[in-house]
Design a binder for this molecule. Structure first.
Ligand SMILES: C[S@@+](CC[C@H](N)C(=O)[O-])C[C@H]1O[C@@H](n2cnc3c(N)ncnc32)[C@H](O)[C@@H]1O
Length: 324
């Protein structure tokens, strides 16, 4: 296996992330996607009065982050887990004073670069794509067992792929597919010839869609956000870096709902007057922040990112996280 020091991932919009966490009161910052510890080490450096709990579902990332954050001693801890369980993880660690939560979504560069993980259409490998190698659902299961209509829906929705139906048909016709190379071949065969020669790699969108399905990415984001907002103490902040329009939409809608002061009546027949509501957060980014052109040049991975942040209000009701 590659050494953990090979775990190279440039943190995206690092200056903006550190600045947005600058004003939060001293306490705990939770990095829900600690990856190689890039953002985490910058946050620890900028906020000597805070400590940090890093979470990642990927065992390699956890080892890499522990190594990277070792110089911070007991100020940094890293655990393996899913950020959808952030409330449980934070309480199991005996922590309470949560002043910041960061989610830097998607996959890390090492996950993509280590061809053996099956995330990349550039390397031939078993169809895996699990961020957490302990789970049962793999890309092989999705590709070989889902019915054609489900595959088409996933590829169209998560991949925003126009040719989803013909790709799904081509996948089903070629079963069993064993490797990422088999999947690339099935996708390429379903796409009009002119598109194969121009633009981004024809498999990019489908690979993204299958990865999102395997790792339940949108579901986990919704759950993680809902738990994070109730973990935060007043003046604590939640920051999300989203690379996919569906993810960003979830973040935007959550922040909008939580900062709303009015709510439409829930049932028809109730009074037409909107119900007065106490907002839980104030949004710090009316429009999503985008990376500077120089960053996009230096780090193409940052190209599609949108950064949104919200601050927990002192007046907000201290409701419990979602009932489990
Ligand atoms: C873009 S990388 C984070 C990189 C990190 N910010 C850095 O600077 O090194 C995203 C990380 O989130 C992890 N991840 C994705 N979904 C997760 C989830 N639901 N729970 C915990 N970690 C998750 C991935 O395994 C990956 O390591």
């Amino acid at each position: 296996m590659e050494g953990m020091t090979d775990f190279q991932h440039l943190p995206v919009m690092a200056r903006e992330v550190v600045e947005l966490l600058g004003p939060v009161p001293a306490g705990l910052i939770v990095d829900g996607t600690v990856g190689g510890g890039g953002h985490a080490s910058l946050i620890l450096g900028a906020r000597p009065d805070c400590h940090l709990l890093g979470i990642d579902r990927d065992g390699d990332a956890v080892l890499a982050a522990r190594e990277r954050l070792a110089p911070y001693g007991s100020r940094a801890r890293v655990v393996r887990g899913g950020f959808e369980d952030i409330a449980e993880i934070v309480s199991a660690e005996g922590e309470g004073n949560v002043m910041g939560v960061l989610f830097d979504l998607g996959v890390s560069s090492p996950q993509l670069d280590r061809g053996s993980r099956g995330f990349s259409y550039m390397a031939d490998a078993p169809l895996d794509m699990r961020m957490d190698a302990r789970q049962d659902l793999t890309a092989a299961l999705v590709v070989n067992e889902y019915d054609e209509a489900d595959l088409a829906r996933i590829i169209a929705t998560f991949g925003e792929e126009r040719h989803a139906r013909s790709i799904a048909r081509s996948i089903v016709a070629r079963r069993p597919l064993l490797t990422t190379g088999d999947l690339v071949a099935a996708i390429t065969a379903a796409i009009p010839g002119r598109l194969r020669r121009t633009g981004p790699h024809p498999a990019r969108r489908t690979f993204q869609a299958i990865r999102m399905e395997v790792n339940r990415e949108l579901e986990h984001l919704e759950q993680g956000l809902d738990e994070a907002v109730y973990l935060l103490k007043p003046e604590g902040r939640v920051l999300v870096l989203a690379y996919h329009s569906l993810e960003d939409r979830i973040v935007k809608e959550r922040f909008r709902d939580w900062s709303a002061t009015h709510e439409a009546p829930a049932l028809p027949g109730l009074p037409a007057e909107p119900v007065e509501r106490i907002p839980v957060v104030r949004t710090l980014t009316r429009r999503a922040l985008r990376p500077a052109p120089t960053e996009v040049e230096d780090n193409p991975r940052s190209r599609s990112v949108r950064l949104r942040a919200a601050e927990r209000l002192a007046s907000a009701p201290l409701a419990a996280p979602r009932a489990s």
